[in-house]
Ligand binder design. Structure first.
Ligand code: ADP
Length: 324
């Protein structure tokens, strides 16, 4: 779809490793532009292939400025390779681990971007199912986009199960048996995951086990480096959920911002707002997207200066790769 394996020139640059496979930076020989590709193992049965083909056609049509662009895919030797837009700064996990706790403006941009993506997907009756800092990518220009949609749904059973294990940290209470309503409000789980993600970015740490974040920040200031998340089993996750709900620190986040995030972490999925409701919340009133992008650009450049220098050097050497 859209791209042939022969068109891809490998650069030998690994961008990251997900639960399924490696993501690398490559050049599309036809356009001479940079792309990111992801190799995944394929289940051999034809029905599965038809399923994946359907999914790919759908992803091709998913066009939103808040979703990482899917550019095509090809099958070789029992593997499928997805080609997508290259996001220069990597994931928000990379950014906060290096740069620490994010401020309110950065949180506002992430919330706005992910909610726009979820709103778009919901209008097409799709859940993302895997919202987390690893799946929100950003560029050194400050753009923030959601990635990895739908991929996990049509993967082989083994990889699908592995993915579920990898993302338990963001699973909503109703989806893990700590409440009702999962079936009636499937989209609400994405909102819970976004709420946890926003607190994680804001404090520089996966918010469980709960901490008195105001006290921690009064003592030490906001974290200047992020702390990698723990990996949880279902029991550990349930214990955490039962211990309470994470909150944003009061000193750095306005009442409107804190109220906005608390709505996402409403335990009853029926009462959790939809992306459309949240996009109309007062925290996002009068939002100036270009100015938030400029702010985010500074945040990511400060967090990952070596990667940014590398980008500038590569841009100077290969300007056509970065042409708009
Ligand atoms: P997961 O399987 O955990 O959802 P992925 O396999 O999609 O994660 O990606 C793993 C990592 O590779 C990401 O966290 C990110 O750092 C990097 N990455 C993925 N896609 C891109 C992209 N389009 N541009 C730049 N970096 C990417």
């Amino acid at each position: 779809w859209g791209i042939a394996g022969d068109d891809i020139e490998e650069l030998g640059v690994k961008l990251g490793e997900g639960s399924f496979g490696v993501v690398s930076k490559v050049v599309d020989r036809v356009t001479n532009r940079l792309l990111a590709i992801k190799h995944l193992p394929l289940k051999p049965d034809p029905e599965f292939r038809t399923g994946i083909a359907r999914e790919l056609r759908f992803m091709f049509r998913c066009q939103s400025p808040f979703i990482v662009k899917f550019l095509g895919a090809y099958f070789v030797d029992g593997m499928v390779t997805f080609c997508m837009e290259y996001m220069t700064a990597g994931s928000l996990r990379d950014v906060y681990l290096a740069g620490g706790a994010m401020d309110q403006k950065a949180i506002k941009l992430v919330a706005k971007s992910v909610l726009e993506a979820l709103h778009y997907l919901q209008s097409r009756d799709i859940m993302h199912r895997d919202i987390k800092p690893d799946n929100i990518l950003c560029g050194f220009n400050g753009e923030v986009k959601v990635s990895d949609l739908g991929i996990s749904v049509h993967l082989s059973d083994e990889t699908g199960a592995a993915a579920a294990v990898g993302t338990l940290n963001y699973v909503a209470p109703e989806s893990i048996g700590a409440g009702d309503g999962a079936a009636d409000h499937p989209h609400a789980a994405d909102i819970w995951a976004l709420g946890i993600t926003l607190v994680e970015l804001a404090v520089g740490r996966y918010p469980y086990p709960l901490e008195d974040v105001d006290e921690v920040e009064t003592r030490n200031g906001p974290r200047t480096r992020g702390i990698p998340p723990p990996s949880l089993d279902a029991f550990g996750h349930l214990d955490y959920l039962e211990s309470g709900t994470p909150r944003l620190p009061a000193a750095r986040f306005s009442p409107a911002c804190r109220a906005f995030v608390s709505l996402m972490l409403e335990r009853d999925p029926q009462r959790r707002p939809t992306p459309g409701d949240l996009l109309r919340h007062e925290f996002l009133y009068d939002l100036d997207l270009p100015s938030l992008h400029r702010h985010m650009a500074k945040v990511v450049q400060r967090a990952c200066p070596a990667k940014f220098d590398e980008l500038l050097a590569d841009k100077a050497e290969h300007p056509r790769r970065y042409a708009p």
